[in-house]
Design a binder for this molecule. Structure first.
Ligand code: NAD
Length: 257
């Protein structure tokens, strides 16, 4: 029997007064997390996304400021850091899932995947870390995946390589900042029931559909909800997670067992 998804965290106030920035905030895990940060008392959530239309659905919500920006745009990211100062929480959520094995992955796919999934985090951390270090306070959360150092997934070669790199990046930043009050952790979900996941399933060949059915049939018998991943991100953003840094948080309903 499938387990039931947890509701949104029910003790609001854990992020009281914190100023947060979330990438890929217009849909899926990023959106659920941006809204959860707000519910938990964040005083500001900067919602960054490349999709202007979807971002509009967050406009007008008190506490949210939307920013239409490509996470590959280093100049735009540095300008944003000048615009919004004193950020306490940076959630690097944006990512692109390339489907293919090593032989079908072109150099263009390879570079694009690394630019969106890894280099974007380099830009954001470089832009927002200095003010965290000045305050000696901050939480950086990077989005990886079960497809990384944790597991090889069929047809996800470059995706898994980028997400493994995110784990290395996280540990490096955490190590450099360990005595300076800034924490950096990484979240590794198994497949999550988001819009893009559903679209990807529709594109798949029959053999891959079998694989998806296998995932859905495993252990908990369902995919994670975006809210369940958001609940973990709220914890990592909060001071309750004060002893976590450089830690890898798998959230997978037993997928890696
Ligand atoms: P999604 O794909 O449903 O939505 C991603 C959002 O990112 C969209 O609003 C899109 O407009 C935005 N975006 C895409 N490219 C961008 C860019 N260059 N600059 C700014 N914004 C951009 O997202 P999701 O499924 O919630 O996934 C979010 C993250 O979680 C990704 O890093 C993904 O790799 C990771 N992840 C997802 C799953 C899953 O099954 N959904 C599992 C493990 C990890």
């Amino acid at each position: 029997m499938a387990s039931s998804p947890a509701p949104a965290a029910s003790t609001p106030g854990r992020l009281k007064g914190k100023r947060c920035i979330v990438t890929a905030a217009a849909q899926g895990i990023g959106r659920a997390t941006a809204l959860s940060f707000l519910r938990e008392g964040a005083s500001l959530v900067v919602a960054v996304d490349i999709n202007k239309e979807k971002l509009k659905t967050l406009e007008g919500i008190p506490g949210i400021v939307t920013k239409n920006l490509d996470v590959r745009d280093g100049v735009g990211i540095r300008a944003l850091a000048q615009e919004v100062k004193d950020i306490d929480v940076l959630f690097n959520c944006a990512g692109y899932v390339h489907q293919g094995c090593i032989l079908s992955t072109t150099e263009e796919h390879w570079d694009f995947s690394f630019d969106v999934n890894v280099k974007s985090m380099y830009h954001f951390i470089q832009a927002f870390l200095p003010s965290m270090l000045e305050k000696r306070q901050g939480s950086i959360i990077n989005m990886s995946s079960a497809a990384s150092t944790l597991r090889g997934i069929e047809q996800r070669t470059v995706y898994g390589a980028t997400k493994a790199a995110v784990i290395g990046l996280t540990k490096g930043v955490a190590r450099d900042c360990v005595r300076n009050g800034v924490r950096c952790n990484v979240v590794c979900p198994a497949p999550v029931a988001t819009e893009s996941y559903k679209e990807r399933c529709q594109d798949l060949e029959d053999s891959d559909k079998d694989h998806i059915e296998y995932i859905e049939g495993k252990l908990m018998g369902r995919l994670a909800t975006p809210q369940e991943v958001a609940n973990l991100c709220v914890y990592l953003a909060s001071d309750e997670a004060s002893y976590h840094t450089g830690n890898v948080f798998t959230i997978d309903g037993g997928f890696c067992l």
